[in-house]
Design a protein. Structure first.
Lengths: 438, 300
């Protein structure tokens, strides 16, 4: 056991001392800080809150009467709204359609307005035909907010004509609320009882998201590091000396555990950076809007999340170590770890894309397959309420999978580290594996 | 009981036999030479002794006991190629390796400092291995093999890539180890080192043992076939003496091949008639010649 900790210590110490680790951590920390402060930085430039101005022609002439009326109504509507992002700017009539168009285009060029409304024939909707003209493509947001405004204006006009009182109109517009609560009809694996409220569901989804990313990131970061460390030891032939000093199993797990410590450290640094940035006073408002309440997290879910994180990490880490030991040169490593990378990617994407449909057959099936289950079962636990036996079965299969992976990896490791030259064929690996006791 | 004993050890890779029934014993305080051309099976034999790979037949005994994990701290290994972390400080990795072999951190540190002083390079303590020259890396590699004071040391091509000064330094260190009772299994291509260091040798050729035993006895088994002759002026007609097989002229004189030892006298008498003789020697075969002869013969 002593040697195990010696290996762990050596792995951690060397990683921490390396420049690469410090630089990577620093760069990602800086990117995180910038990312979190981006909304604030943008708001400092005033870009976010800018009011968009839309021009229209205001005219007393009969042919412009409908258009002018609609324009004035919109102008009044947006002015009445507090903090509206839109405003209508009237322009005088120049006499001819071409002249008016020229005037409005000039206004766009002078950056006084973003675009303008052109009115046509009166339609059945009670408004004239309208075209929003601007230099930008796909202005759906703009047209839909104009549409919404017009809906309300029309509704108000109709209701006013119908002789409803102010109170009656307010009642018609009052919002209706329905709360969705997730309950379990059978004994689920999560915490029992009243079911989850919308806030709790939100927090659970957040936790699932966070854990999925954490697991995926950890596997990606450390898997590569583990595999390349093993290959480096092999190509520098330190391995021959190491294997004569300490059993391969201890060596492999010492390395994996050391990397685990490094990854945890790295992730904690990121989390601290995120928290520190978020708690800066100018970011307080953003946090308030997110409505985060940690007490809404289901403690059972957290427990499962940690369990699946650990098992998932060690399963993938052992596989990466095994693959690293098969390759003699670092150049060949990328190709060799590809299959594992793809599998972890698949597990991650299955869960991310299934967040909308956590009860699909794909999710159910993959939540029992060892390499996917750390991702997918966590999703099911967080968003649905799978029966306890299914969760336990999944964990059971996962543990068996880990045991098998450890056994095979240790064998491959013991065998692979002494195979040099060309990539060994499967036959050679199988034959050599039989020869070594772990 | 000898610290290391190999008994009819066989190793096969697929249908190719890498080592075919090698047996030898290394006593305490003895350097045992393992010779052979490239690919003869030396490194495979050494790896089996180290427990890196397992023999397919026969057995290897350490102080009379079979291989076990407990033996690991008794073994020291210097691989043929560099086996160090290039980017890690000398002190860090040597202490690590020593710790893995059961030393305490402090003992390892003391031992490392002593060895660095012995090699007159204490300033390497804090250097990274990649910063050192090849020869100096070899010194560090050597220390890695012996830092934990093993009973059995395996040196695979220990002196390759070293300048003559460092070869002498390392050679005298190996002798010190021998004198302190360490058993050393030693492989090299440099026959003069073997003659200087080893008491017993095994010559491997294409996986088979072709020659084995005490160097002195081996040499006696081979006839003396060469005469070295130095004279003050040139001697003619040497190649016409009966029994002379060939004559090579060197700057220092003549190297004459002879069919048997008695021809030596004829040569001496022939030369004395023509010039003053400054040197006359009927040479023992060198290990180099024996090696080439043995390995070359079995080529046919």
């Amino acid at each position: 056991m002593n040697n195990f900790w010696t290996v762990v210590g050596f792995t951690v110490k060397n990683k921490l001392r390396g420049k690469a680790f410090a630089i990577t951590t620093l760069i990602i920390a800086i990117i995180l800080s910038i990312g979190i402060n981006l909304p604030y930085i943008f708001s400092q430039f005033g870009g976010g809150d800018k009011v968009t101005s839309i021009g229209y022609i205001q005219s007393q002439q009969a042919e412009h009467a409908d258009g002018t009326k609609t324009g004035d109504q919109l102008k009044a509507y947006f002015e009445a709204q507090e903090g509206s992002k839109l405003q209508l700017v009237p322009y005088g009539d120049k006499g001819s359609a071409a002249e008016n168009e020229k005037q409005l285009k000039q206004a766009i060029e002078d950056k006084d307005i973003k675009g303008y409304l052109a009115f046509g024939e009166m339609t059945e909707s009670g408004f004239p035909e309208m075209t929003y003209k601007s230099e930008k493509l796909m202005e759906f947001e703009m047209t839909s907010s104009l549409q919404g405004a017009l809906q309300i204006i029309r509704q108000d006009t109709v209701l006013q004509d119908a002789g409803l009182t102010e109170e009656q109109r307010a009642l018609l517009n009052a919002p209706i609320a329905i709360d969705a609560v997730q309950i379990s009809a059978t004994e689920g694996a999560g915490s029992m009882g009243e079911g989850k409220t919308a806030e709790q569901q939100g927090m659970n989804m957040g936790l699932v998201y966070a854990m999925l990313f954490l697991l995926f990131m950890s596997i990606m970061i450390s898997g590569q590091m583990i595999a390349s460390e093993v290959t480096a030891e092999k190509s520098s032939r330190v391995m021959e000396i190491l294997i004569t000093s300490v059993s391969p199993l201890k060596q492999m797990f010492g390395k994996i555990f050391g990397m685990f410590v490094i990854v945890l450290l790295q992730i904690s640094i990121y989390v601290i950076v995120i928290l520190a940035n978020v708690s800066l006073p100018h970011n307080g408002k953003v946090m308030g809007n997110l409505n985060i309440n940690l007490s809404d997290i289901d403690p059972m879910l957290l427990l499962y999340a940690i369990l699946f994180f650990l098992t998932g990490f060690f399963l993938f880490a052992t596989l990466f170590a095994a693959v690293g030991s098969l390759v003699s040169r670092t150049e060949d490593l990328g190709q060799a770890v590809m299959p594992i990378t793809i599998v972890s990617l698949a597990g991650f994407y299955i869960s991310i894309f299934s967040i909308g449909s956590p009860d699909s057959m794909l999710v159910k099936v993959t939540s029992f397959i060892p390499l996917f289950s750390p991702f997918v079962m966590l999703l099911r636990l967080g968003l649905t309420d799978p029966p306890l036996w299914e969760v336990l079965t999944s964990i059971g299969i996962l543990l068996v999978g880990i045991y098998a992976a450890v056994w095979i990896s240790a064998k491959i490791y013991r065998t692979g580290v002494l195979m040099y030259g060309k990539r060994p064929s499967w036959k050679e690996i199988r034959k050599a594996m039989k020869a070594y006791k772990i | 009981m000898n610290p290391l004993k190999a008994d009819k050890v066989v190793k096969q890779y697929g249908d190719k036999t890498a080592v075919n029934g090698i047996s030898f014993e290394v006593g305490a305080g003895e350097i045992y030479g393992l010779l052979g051309a490239n690919g003869a099976g030396k490194t495979t034999t050494m790896r089996m002794v180290l427990g890196l790979i397992y023999p397919d037949g026969g057995q290897i005994l350490y102080h009379g006991k079979a291989y076990s994990k407990e033996q690991l701290s008794n073994l020291g290994y210097l691989p043929e190629e560099r086996g160090l972390y290039p980017k890690v400080r000398v002190s860090d990795q040597l202490i690590y390796l020593a710790q893995l072999r059961g030393m305490s951190k402090k003992d390892a540190d003391d031992s490392l400092k002593r060895w660095l002083d012995r090699f007159e390079v204490p300033e390497y303590y804090n250097k990274r291995v990649e910063e050192l020259s090849k020869g100096n890396q070899q010194k560090i590699q050597f220390i890695a093999g012996v830092i934990h004071s093993p009973k059995i040391v395996i040196l695979d091509e220990a002196f390759s890539g070293l300048d003559p000064v460092n070869v002498e330094l390392l050679k005298s260190t190996v002798k010190e180890l021998r004198d302190s009772g360490t058993s050393i299994l030693f492989s090299t291509h440099r026959m003069e080192h073997v003659e200087e260091l080893c008491r017993n040798i095994t010559i491997l050729h294409r996986s088979n043992v072709v020659l084995q035993g005490n160097i002195k006895e081996i040499k006696k088994r081979f006839p003396k076939e060469r005469v070295i002759l130095s004279t003050e002026k040139e001697v003619s007609g040497l190649d016409r003496i009966g029994g002379v097989t060939n004559v090579i002229r060197h700057e220092y004189g003549y190297e004459i091949g002879i069919a048997n030892e008695s021809v030596g006298g004829d040569i001496l008498r022939h030369a004395m008639n023509q010039a003053t003789i400054t040197r006359f020697e009927i040479k023992e075969p060198t290990l180099n010649e024996i090696f080439i002869k043995t390995v070359g013969d079995s080529h046919e």
